[in-house]
Every structure is written in structure tokens, then in C-alpha cells.
Write a protein that binds this ligand. Structure first.
Ligand code: BG6
Length: 482
């Protein structure tokens, strides 16, 4: 076999999760309330909603999630059994600083992550740590309107410094913000910025947009990320920091030049805008006109430009689930998607949640990102959300998931042969967890099934799916046996 068609030795195979979607124990051991703890359950037909107080008639899926907080030993043992080389998870900010504005961290929160790192070390699993996976302190949303306020930077820095110091010998790879470009999307101000009020002080209407608030919040996140990179390199010069994008991958529906330009603009402002700032250290020229058209007037402080220039990241990560088309014809059929839908692609099939399945799109994405920044890449999320059912023998034969992953991994292998420096792959989510988009349990991604259901019932028992053994073999053969 041509040895270019091989995963490099030491390739970081693994799985990904986020604290809010797995931990549960939402108010245990001093943990404070995070923004996603105030997000109700939903479905493909019913959007999740924010409540300012806990509404006893509502369901809040993060509160128990899959109880990883108490079951992490069993879960990490299962990941080790699959042969994971890497485990991506987020530290829940509100376990460390419950309200976000305390000066001293919550020891019990730190002790929980001490145990996680010890467990990973036991199995020689490399951690990939997300510092914030949309889990912002709700108290800061109420008091300063989250990332809309510049004050958020100092709270984030206090938190990131504490964890970088404490885990300076345990972690090499850090991601300051999950999917930092999510906030470039209209209506994501709450989820991606912890913003709960509009300019008049009223509860934000999730259906109304406010580009000024979103992009101002994003500027604050850019500064927080850059300052964290600078501080991190002081704490341990070996630390590596990654950008993390939600990669939608837009195709022009046709070769009509109007469609080509539309796709180019979508890619620029919804994807590259953030990675350009994080990797290159300055605002790209194409953003000027966009800001003017959207009426965005960014407040920057003297010194910000230098901070962005000095705090650039080392590697690129992204989540990839699907691609969508864009068209200048407003009458084209639409489809759903991760955080954002688009025009349907006649060449692709879609999942039960209407996300279009496009393995070649992953190779295309790897090329475009590698060509642009020329730094190592990790796929931080990729997987299939589907309804899994137990057969009469209690087995879960998730061949559809195996097919999805196999086709994507084949494209990764080809991308590597074509010259892309891909160093890791953490499949989402390696264990069933709460869906971020809909708050459902029935949208399952894991290699491990969790007996937990949308009505809150279930024993929380873990069951290996067919994909568990399949992925174990993929890792053992370093991607040869697919
Ligand atoms: C990504 C998020 O956008 O997509 C994850 O980083 C999320 O948190 C994943 O779970 C899949 O989306 P969903 O809506 O199916 O959970």
C-alpha cells in the first residue's frame, strides 16, 4: 500500500464532550448556575428557551445530563477500553467560579477536575481542554449582560489563569472558546455570548437580532482568548492553543457567479472572520464593509490591536457535521443543520435531524483550512446524531453511525495523503449526551448508549453499541481497518 495513505504514527484518536452536556450535578459541591442551566429542553419542532428563574413546570436537561460527575470513572474506563489517545472535554467555569466574579476559586470544583486528570493519566489519555463550551456564569449574564460587557474579560482571565496554573503539568492542548464563530450567527447572542438583555434592558428576544451586541461580545472574546494565550505561554511555554470553529462549509448551489460570491461572503463572515483574527492577529479587510452594512460600530481600547497580534493560536480545530448550499434564488428548497441551515444539496442525503451528510466536504474543509493557515489541524467534533434502539437482546446495532464515521475517516486519510497536516480526531460525542441544539437525549451520538430519556426517566446504565467495537478496531489499527 502507498504509505502516504496512512494515518501518521501517534495520531490522536479519541472522543469529545462538553461539561454542560454530560456532567449533570448542576448545583452540587458549590457549583454555580451556568447559562445553559437556564436553557429548557426542546426538539426539532420546538426551540429551547431561556428562563430567568427556574420554572418548575419546565425541563432543564443539563441539570442531571448523564451524570458524568458521579460516573466519570466508568466512562473514562470505557474510553480507555476503546483505546482513546485523546479525550476532549470542557471545564465548567461555574464549578470553579460559581458566580464568575469571586476572587477565590471553589476548591471542590477544582478537586473534581483533579480526579478527571488523574484518571486520564492512568490510561495515558491526552486531554484536549475547552475552557468555555458555552458554559458562562449566569450571574454575569444577569449583572453585566455577559460578553456584551468588557468586564467579562477580567473574569474569564481569572478563571483561565487558575486552571492553567493548576493543570500546567496535565494539559498540553487548550481551546479557549468552543466554536467561537457561533456568535457571528443571528440569534445566538445568548448561547454563545451569555447575553440576556437587549439595549433597553429587556430580556433578549431570541427571534430578534442585534449584530452590534454580538460582534462587540465577540471582540471581547477575541481579547480574552489572546490574553489567555499570552498568559498560558508564560505559565508553560509548551502549551498549545487552538482556534475552534463550527465549520458549516458553504457550497454555491450553481456556477452562477452570484452564487459563487454569496458562498464566498458566507465563508468569510461566518467562518474565516474568527479564525483569521485568532491565527493572523488582526481584523480582516473584508469585515469593514460588513460592519458598515450591519451598523456595527466596535468599541476597541488602545492596546487591543497589539494584544490580538501577540496572542495568536498554534493549531486549528473545528467541528464538522455537514455542508449546505447557498443560492441567489430565494425559492430554493431549504434544509436544517448544525446551528444554521441552508439550501438543500441535491447530491446529498440527510440525517433524521435534516443535517446533510457530506464526507467529501470534510476533506474539502481540511484543505481550505490548511491552505489558509499552514498549522496542524484537529477535528474536534464529527459524528451522527440518530435515534438508537435496543433490539430484543439489548444490543444497539448502529450501522448507520459506523457508515457515517467510516466515510468521514476515509476522507481524512485521503486529505493526509494530499498533504494536510491532520494530527487528531475526537468524534462527537463519544458517549450519549444532551443535544445542544434541541436539548434532547434521543438525538444520540455515542459509542456508548446511556439509558436516559427525554422525560427524565432511565437508569443511566451504560451499554456499548456496535460502533464501540468498530471504533476500538479503527484505533488499534491506526485507521487501517475501517
Ligand atoms: C456543536 C457543539 O455545535 O454541535 C456541541 O459544539 C453539539 O456542543 C454538537 O452537541 C452537535 O449538535 P447537537 O445540536 O446535535 O447537540
Amino acid at each position: 500500500m502507498n504509505d502516504l495513505y496512512q494515518f501518521p504514527e501517534g495520531f490522536l484518536w479519541g472522543g469529545a464532550t462538553a461539561a454542560n452536556q454530560i456532567e449533570g450535578a448542576w448545583n452540587e459541591d458549590g457549583k454555580g448556575v451556568s447559562t445553559l442551566d437556564m436553557f429548557t429542553g426542546g426538539s426539532i419542532h420546538q426551540k429551547r428557551r431561556i428562563t430567568l428563574e427556574i420554572d418548575p413546570s419546565e425541563r432543564y436537561p443539563t441539570h442531571e445530563a448523564i451524570d458524568f460527575y458521579h460516573r466519570y470513572e466508568e466512562d473514562i474506563r470505557l474510553f480507555a477500553e476503546m483505546g482513546f489517545k485523546m479525550f476532549r472535554f470542557s471545564i465548567n467555569w461555574t464549578r470553579i467560579f460559581p458566580n464568575g466574579d469571586e476572587l477565590e476559586p471553589n476548591q471542590k470544583g477544582l478537586e473534581f477536575y483533579d480526579r478527571i486528570f488523574a484518571e486520564l493519566k492512568k490510561y495515558k489519555i491526552e486531554p484536549l481542554v475547552t475552557i468555555a463550551h458555552y458554559e458562562f456564569p449566569f450571574h454575569l449574564s444577569k449583572t453585566i449582560n455577559g460578553w456584551a460587557s468588557r468586564e467579562m474579560i477580567q473574569h474569564y482571565l481569572r478563571y483561565s489563569e487558575v486552571i492553567m496554573n493548576r493543570y500546567k503539568n496535565d494539559v498540553k492542548y487548550w481551546i479557549p472558546f468552543n466554536e467561537i464563530n457561533c456568535i457571528t450567527l443571528a440569534h445566538k447572542a445568548y448561547q454563545a455570548g451569555g447575553i440576556i438583555s437587549d439595549e433597553t434592558g429587556n430580556l433578549i428576544d431570541l427571534k430578534k437580532d442585534n449584530a452590534q451586541l454580538r460582534f462587540q461580545a465577540l471582540h471581547h472574546q477575541f481579547i480574552a482568548s489572546a490574553l489567555t494565550v499570552m498568559k498560558g505561554k508564560e505559565i508553560n511555554p509548551g502549551f498549545q492553543f487552538g482556534s475552534m470553529l463550527t465549520h458549516f462549509t458553504f457550497y454555491p448551489l450553481t456556477c452562477n457567479p452570484e452564487d459563487i460570491m454569496l458562498a464566498t461572503r458566507e465563508m468569510q463572515m461566518k467562518i474565516y472572520f474568527c479564525s483569521d483574527v485568532l491565527h493572523r492577529g488582526y481584523y480582516p479587510s473584508y469585515s469593514k464593509l460588513f460592519f458598515q452594512q450591519e451598523g456595527v460600530n466596535l468599541q476597541q481600547e488602545p492596546g487591543d490591536a497589539e494584544i490580538l497580534r501577540k496572542g495568536t493560536v498554534d493549531f486549528t480545530t473545528f467541528s464538522y457535521y455537514m455542508s449546505v448550499c447557498v443560492s441567489s434564488d430565494p425559492n430554493q428548497e431549504q434544509t436544517g443543520g448544525n446551528l444554521l441551515g441552508g439550501v438543500k444539496n441535491p447530491y446529498l442525503q440527510e440525517s433524521e435531524w435534516k443535517w446533510q451528510i457530506d464526507p467529501i466536504g470534510l476533506r474539502y474543509t481540511l484543505h481550505t483550512l490548511y491552505d489558509r493557515y499552514q498549522v496542524p489541524l484537529m477535528i474536534a467534533e464529527n459524528g451522527l446524531g440518530a435515534v438508537d434502539t435496543l433490539d430484543e437482546n439489548g444490543n444497539i446495532n448502529d450501522d448507520y453511525r459506523i457508515d457515517y464515521l467510516r466515510e468521514h475517516i476515509k476522507e481524512m486519510k485521503q486529505a493526509i495523503a494530499e498533504g494536510v497536516d491532520l494530527i487528531g480526531y475526537t468524534s462527537w460525542a463519544c458517549i450519549d449526551s444532551v443535544s445542544l441544539g434541541t436539548g434532547e437525549m434521543k438525538k444520540r451520538y455515542g459509542f456508548v448508549y446511556v439509558d436516559k430519556h427525554d422525560d427524565g426517566t432511565g437508569s443511566l446504565k451504560r451499554i456499548k453499541k456496535k460502533s464501540f467495537d468498530w471504533y476500538k478496531e479503527v484505533i488499534a489499527s491506526n485507521g487501517e481497518n475501517l
